[in-house]
Design a protein around this ligand. Structure first.
Ligand code: PCA
Length: 323
């Protein structure tokens, strides 16, 4: 079914966009489930686009990796199979370090710093994606990333040997430095991966923890607030150019609104979802000083590696961030 739909879509995506003056309908793949606040924010964005364009452009969401798997989404937008899509920016950390700076442990750990980091990172990200025929519409952070386990974690040593769920190359490195064993698992597959024993620990937001009912398989949430990573919504530039000017304006204005709304949703989410974890019996723990010292030492080492890899462009991002 997925393949059939994809074939149909690849045939009509750019064609649909060329029908100037007619109503166009766009398919938009996203990686996360419907109840995720990112997905809800994008649904509101789609509604705004329809209203602001007076029905000339409608966007149909295909959530939870149902149309393209998470790792395929960027390529699908780039190749024009779909005109627009969402993905986790740090998924591209191996393609270029600039994409993964917001997943560096303990660089930006609150919303204020995350906003500063996005402003510093955005020009580099836009330039890299522009070369691939993509434009950035908006980017929204997840709440701070913390630690979910089946036992108390008091030092980095307590993480040794744990089968650890990861979602991008940076997190994978972090986990390896801590002596645990990383396994990549997409959000929709988290409950199953814990249930079958493929993984026994993870680092993610209260959002993803609560939405995947973490209380069914872990007992402790250690509030390490290690980074504030972002999703990004990108659009195929050719598809954008083919839109009438008023529709282009509708898309850009709706994107701007979505970025502002998304950051606010994320902030609200951090508190409400942590409360839900607690209500369902998860022990919320303030991390011990030795644990934080150990994790921060790993972060410092990773930051040094990042700087080496990111070169001059990396320096420019960090300089802008430090201002
Ligand atoms: N949820 C996503 C990305 C970061 C987050 O909080 C995940 O766990 O994959």
């Amino acid at each position: 079914m997925r393949t059939l739909l994809k074939m149909a879509i690849s045939g009509i995506a750019l064609l649909g966009a060329t029908s100037m003056g007619h109503a166009a309908s766009w398919d938009m793949p996203t990686p996360y489930p419907d109840k995720t606040f990112h997905t809800q924010n994008i649904a509101a964005f789609a509604k705004d686009v329809a209203t602001a364009s007076k029905g000339k452009l409608t966007i149909k969401l295909h959530t939870a990796g149902s149309l393209f798997k998470h790792k395929e989404i960027k390529g699908a937008v780039r190749g024009g199979q779909v005109p627009i899509g969402e993905f986790f920016m740090g998924l591209l950390a191996n393609e270029n370090p600039a994409f993964g700076i917001d997943t560096q442990p303990f660089l930006a750990t609150n919303y204020k710093d995350a906003a500063k980091l996005w402003a510093a990172q955005r020009p580099a990200v836009e330039k890299l994606l522009d070369k691939q025929g993509l434009m950035v519409l908006f980017s929204v952070p997840w709440p701070g990333q913390s630690l979910y386990t089946k036992k108390d974690i008091n030092t980095v040593d307590d993480l040794k040997g744990l089968k650890f769920r990861t979602y991008n190359p940076t997190l994978e490195k972090f986990v390896k430095h801590a002596g645990a064993a990383p396994t990549q698992v997409q959000v929709p597959d988290i409950p199953q991966a814990f249930a079958t024993g493929r993984v026994e620990a993870m680092i993610t937001s209260p959002s993803t923890g609560a939405n995947s009912k973490a209380w069914d398989y872990v007992t402790v949430y250690t509030d390490i607030q290690a980074w504030v990573p972002k999703n990004v919504v990108v659009m195929n530039k050719k598809a954008f150019r083919r839109l009438d000017k008023d529709v282009q304006d509708a898309v850009l204005a709706s994107a701007k609104k979505a970025e502002t709304r998304g950051w606010e949703m994320s902030k609200a989410e951090a508190a409400t979802k942590t409360a839900i974890l607690k209500k369902n019996g998860i022990k919320i723990v303030t991390p011990s000083a030795p644990l934080m010292d150990g994790l921060k030492a790993i972060g410092a080492k990773m930051m040094a590696d990042w700087k080496k890899k990111a070169g001059k462009e990396g320096e420019a991002i960090l300089a802008a961030y430090a201002k």
